[in-house]
Design a protein around this ligand. Structure first.
Ligand SMILES: [Zn+2]
Length: 562
């Protein structure tokens, strides 16, 4: 894993009284070196043309002005408070951006599979203003650089604060999925990141937010990540992963109120690595982020993140020499003693009380409600029914492409043997990769309570599908899980024919913004109206979905066939 660090990394410095301190690089890079990480890329300032991928020139000029005269009146978020001006702040900030962008280029041209830029992760900066200790938004700039090459990017933000800048910069880009897990904006800066922030227009369902109540700890934080990241990647189909590993969700962090541990952060980094290998072609850029316990927490989180990307186990204990070297300085800042292990004790040694238990139950419950809206129904059902697991490998299907001029034949109930001989065209159903979709349906047809699958076929190619499964095996009700047609066969009434052949009485369906073509999605209102017309055409009674579902997706619909 390429480590991005150099002489300029410590120049990003808001002064001795600021909590985001370059002092963290001392014990941080020292511990990184101790686990085998040597810096391989030194950040240099990104030119304006690069910064303009996400920022306006007027803002860059404001930063330059403060760079020369750090005493001007507050402007564009820079001034007394969170983002105080300092001499050469443009060069220092542009170097953070340059570090992440050059690391991205190393990944894009194959010089590095993974890269880690601990000084990066300045995720609050907006197009035209500074925010939350962030001048230029380096993760967003790295993403924009990959977008310039046409790549689809999944962004994973583990910082305790909402990744609002990255979300805002790609709010209407359906080619970037932003996922942020953070302490709820009701209690913490920047105040945003509600579950109902989901993206707009065609990009609806490409912003994902999991706000957590204060005191939520590793027992909920990590399982929630595990329940989202692989399945979201499967549905979205990214070409690469960018992640932000802010260490401020840790139980000892002085600025926030979550109870996450280094153990959970290390596991999270390994999960991101696994997702990058399974769904991102192995391409992964990790950045640092917040983290205000600069001695006890930040260095270990960085080391565990790098070790995950280097595919190496963590040593059993932190080096004694490292602890001795930084002991006095850590004590001076009230962050002693330095831990002897990379992993924390359970709950980082913080007493587990009823408040935390209640918060974690609430966090898990809210995440489940949100996931039910933002994850395609077929994928959620397939995981629950044990048909499919998003991180398991699949065997490639073989077969030839269908003749786009041929009229498909509708097979009302395809069986497992016929399915095994068929090929599924891309973008018929979730997941994004048709090989995964083929494996999923194969398993669904074999289950103890098998799915019913109707297919539109041309030769041995499946160009359209309708899938349903028993909703309650006891009472004969069924749930429609997916209806889809490959792009070249759309607008020919195939979905309507499939549904007419498929639907049985006592069926139900819920259509949310998750049901979409991830590559070329329609605007959310259009998606909802197409789903409504399709279901009504097949005789379903269609109405708004329940209030909880609509609190996240206002256009969600529910349908029932008597
Ligand atoms: Zn890896």
């Amino acid at each position: 894993m390429l480590l991005v660090f150099g002489a300029r990394s410590t120049d990003y410095d808001f002064g001795p009284d600021h909590v985001l301190t370059p002092r963290r690089f001392g014990p941080g890079t020292d511990l990184l070196r101790a686990v085998g990480a040597e810096p391989g890329l030194a950040p240099e300032p990104a030119p304006d043309a690069d910064l303009r991928l996400c920022h306006v020139q007027e803002y860059i000029e404001v930063v330059r002005r403060f760079s020369v005269d750090p005493f001007g009146p507050m402007e564009a978020g820079i001034g007394w408070g969170d983002n105080p001006p300092f001499a050469d702040m443009h060069e220092a900030s542009a170097a953070v951006a340059g570090g992440s962008m050059r690391a991205m280029e190393a990944i894009l041209d194959g010089r590095a599979e993974h890269a880690f830029h601990p000084g990066g992760g300045l995720h609050h900066a907006m197009r035209d203003r500074a925010s939350g200790f962030c001048i230029y938004n380096d993760p967003a700039l790295a993403i924009a650089r990959a977008r310039r090459d046409g790549l689809r990017v999944m962004y994973i933000d583990l910082d305790v604060h909402h990744g609002d800048g990255v979300q805002a910069l790609f709010w209407d880009d359906p080619g970037v999925l932003t996922f942020s897990i953070h302490e709820s904006g009701r209690y913490l800066f920047p105040g945003t990141g509600d579950a109902n922030e989901v993206g707009e227009g065609a990009a609806a369902a490409t912003a994902m937010n999991v706000p957590l109540p204060p005191f939520t700890g590793e027992a909920a934080w990590y399982p929630i990540l595990e329940s989202y990241l692989p399945v979201l990647a499967a549905a979205f189909g990214p070409d690469l992963i960018v992640s932000q590993h802010g260490a401020d969700s840790h139980a000892w962090d002085p600025l926030a109120h979550l109870h996450v541990t280094t153990t959970a952060h290390g596991k999270a980094a390994r999960l991101v690595d696994a997702v990058a290998h399974r769904y991102g072609g192995g391409r992964w850029l990790a950045t640092g982020g917040g983290g205000y316990d600069a001695y006890r927490v930040v260095p270990r989180t960085w080391a565990l993140t790098w070790l995950a990307g280097a595919h190496r186990d963590a040593p059993s204990s932190t080096p004694e020499a490292w602890r001795e070297r930084w002991a006095d300085e850590a004590a001076r800042y009230g962050q002693a003693p330095l831990p002897e292990r990379f992993d924390d004790e359970v709950n980082a040694g913080v007493p587990y009380d009823l408040n935390q238990e209640a918060s974690e139950q609430r966090a898990v419950g809210l995440a489940a409600i949100h996931r039910a809206v933002v994850v395609p129904r077929l994928l959620r059902f397939a995981i629950e029914a044990d048909w499919w697991s998003p991180l398991a490998a699949v065997a490639a299907q073989s077969g030839s492409a269908a003749d786009p001029a041929a009229t498909p034949t509708i097979v009302p109930r395809i069986d497992a043997d016929a399915w095994a001989r068929s090929t599924l065209l891309p973008r018929v159903i979730a997941p994004a990769d048709a090989r995964d979709g083929h494996a999923l349906v194969a398993a669904a047809l074999r289950g103890p309570a098998p799915a019913a699958v109707s297919a539109a076929v041309v030769g041995s190619s499946v160009v359209g599908l309708a899938v349903s499964a028993p909703a309650d095996p006891g009472d004969g009700t069924r749930e429609l899980l997916a209806v889809g047609v490959a792009p070249t066969y759309r607008r020919q009434g195939i979905a309507r024919s499939l549904l007419a052949a498929h639907a049985t009485s006592r069926s139900s369906a819920v259509a949310t913004l998750a049901e979409r073509d991830p590559v070329d999605p329609l605007p959310r209102e259009l998606r909802a109206s197409i789903a409504r017309r399709l279901l009504e055409g097949a005789g379903f009674d269609v109405g708004p979905a329940d209030d909880v579902t609509r609190s996240i997706d206002r256009g969600a619909i529910a349908a029932r066939l008597r």
